[in-house]
Design a protein around this ligand. Structure first.
Ligand code: CTP
Length: 412
């Protein structure tokens, strides 16, 4: 069954000769089981008739932003949609989208939807590579919109080069992949540890680290977006998270994080241990604030904290999967691989502090993944959200049933 089955898709058609391809796109989407609501700008109706698209989609076509009652209401339509795809999207439409302007109808509808937006530009030769075009594309991508890249070939002007709207089959495949990803962790229970831990010294001081919790929160949000029910055990972080499928438990110390993770682990399909857990804590916590004295500098005796990853690795049952992180400053690969083995993990994401743009207190990250089958995948520098999706895709791959029909054995 196609991942498009039952999905609500708004297809926005703007004025461009490529609008003729939108008829085939409508047909392909409807055939895959999607409900397609076509919106056309007046300019688009000079290239292809609303009657054609009404016939192919089975729904009346709208060419108004609002004003009429009921269905033909842009806000209501925005709530109905699972995806908004602009195809074709001529430059004036998405340049307005990039600036949040609503005086073009394709751009106005863009302002009204809550769902993911994708746009398939159609342009003439050389427009694609103009700095202004590239800047507007980058701006839309930074809002989370997806560019459906132009193709090469003969253009309406008679010139040959880059600028053709993507083929309807490619746009359908892209939408199918998008919805397929939403189901990647459907029904799975995912446990995530995130953030730093604070190990108290006295009532006002603690030993901590510079983790912000951003990577773990990105993982929780990405897993929820892929259909999982997520339990997020978050150390002291200034960040928060709100998602109906994420249950948040805030903890302070490594011991509290350990207790929460061990309690939640049975029954989870996947544990992603992204927390920067303090390895040691003060042996004694002073009841009162430690006062400064003239005597010799005080020493703090430390004891080891429990290792959450190693404990879950020992408790792991067949069918459960553990993903960890390794933050290294030297012998990175060897250390990451040995952590994977030692803690009986299935996948490990290596972070090197030597990489520009990676690590604590940043919005980007650069990781290399190693799995238990010795597969190594080096990822580019990306936003932590994009890294989170890559890690979960790799985990979902390992969770796939093996050929024998059973789940991968995760306990060796
Ligand atoms: N981890 C954990 N509990 C701990 C320490 C680490 O769950 N007490 C997890 C981290 O969340 C991470 C992985 O183990 O997924 C590796 O953490 P890291 O700090 O790199 O490794 P350590 O085992 O602490 O080794 P070292 O500090 O010597 O590098």
């Amino acid at each position: 069954m196609s991942s498009l089955t039952g999905k609500h898709i708004i297809l926005g058609i703007s004025g461009s000769i490529a609008a003729y391809k939108s008829a085939l796109l409508t047909r392909l989407l409807v055939r895959s089981g999607a409900e397609v609501q076509v919106l056309m700008t007046p300019a688009a109706t000079t290239f292809i008739t609303p009657l054609t698209l009404h016939t192919l989609s089975g729904k009346p076509v709208h060419a108004q932003v609002s004003s009429e009652a009921g269905w033909n209401n842009h806000v209501e339509l925005g709530l109905w949609a699972d995806a908004y795809c602009l195809a074709p999207a001529p430059a004036n439409t998405w340049c307005q989208m990039a600036r949040g302007l609503g005086d073009n109808r394709g751009a106005a509808w863009d302002l009204c939807v809550r769902c993911p937006v994708s746009f398939a530009p159609a342009m003439d030769l050389d427009m694609v590579n103009q700095p202004a075009t590239q800047a507007n594309v980058a701006r839309l991508q930074s809002y989370g919109d997806t560019l459906i890249p132009v193709g090469r070939g003969e253009l309406a002007s008679g010139l040959v080069g880059e600028g053709r709207m993507a083929e309807p089959e490619d746009i359908q495949a892209m939408l199918e992949a998008h919805f397929g990803e939403q189901q990647l962790l459907d029904g799975k229970r995912v446990l995530i540890t995130a953030g730093p831990t604070h190990e108290p010294i006295d009532p006002v001081r603690f030993i901590g680290n510079r983790s912000s919790g951003r990577m773990g929160i990105a993982l929780a949000e990405a897993a929820a977006a892929m259909g999982a029910s997520v339990k997020l055990v978050l150390g002291p972080s200034a960040l928060g998270v709100h998602h109906p499928r994420i249950e948040l438990e805030r903890v302070e110390t490594a011991q509290e994080m350990f207790d929460a993770a061990v309690r939640q682990f049975p029954g989870t399909d996947l544990a992603v241990l992204a927390a920067a857990v303090a390895d040691y804590r003060p042996a004694e916590v002073a009841e009162q604030k430690i006062k400064k004295t003239e005597a010799a500098s005080p020493a703090i005796a430390l004891v080891k904290n429990p290792d959450i990853a190693a404990t879950l690795g020992r408790q792991k049952q067949p069918g459960q999967l553990i993903v960890g992180f390794a933050l290294e400053t030297e012998n990175e690969e060897a250390n990451a691989r040995s952590k994977l083995e030692r803690k009986n993990m299935d996948l490990i994401a290596l972070n090197s502090l030597r990489d520009e743009g990676a690590g604590f207190e940043r919005t980007t990250n650069k990781v290399t993944l190693f799995d238990r089958n010795n597969k190594r995948t080096a990822l580019e520098l990306k936003t932590k959200e994009a890294v989170a999706r890559d890690i979960l895709r790799a985990a979902a791959e390992l969770m796939k049933p093996t050929r024998a029909g059973s789940q991968n054995k995760t306990s060796l």
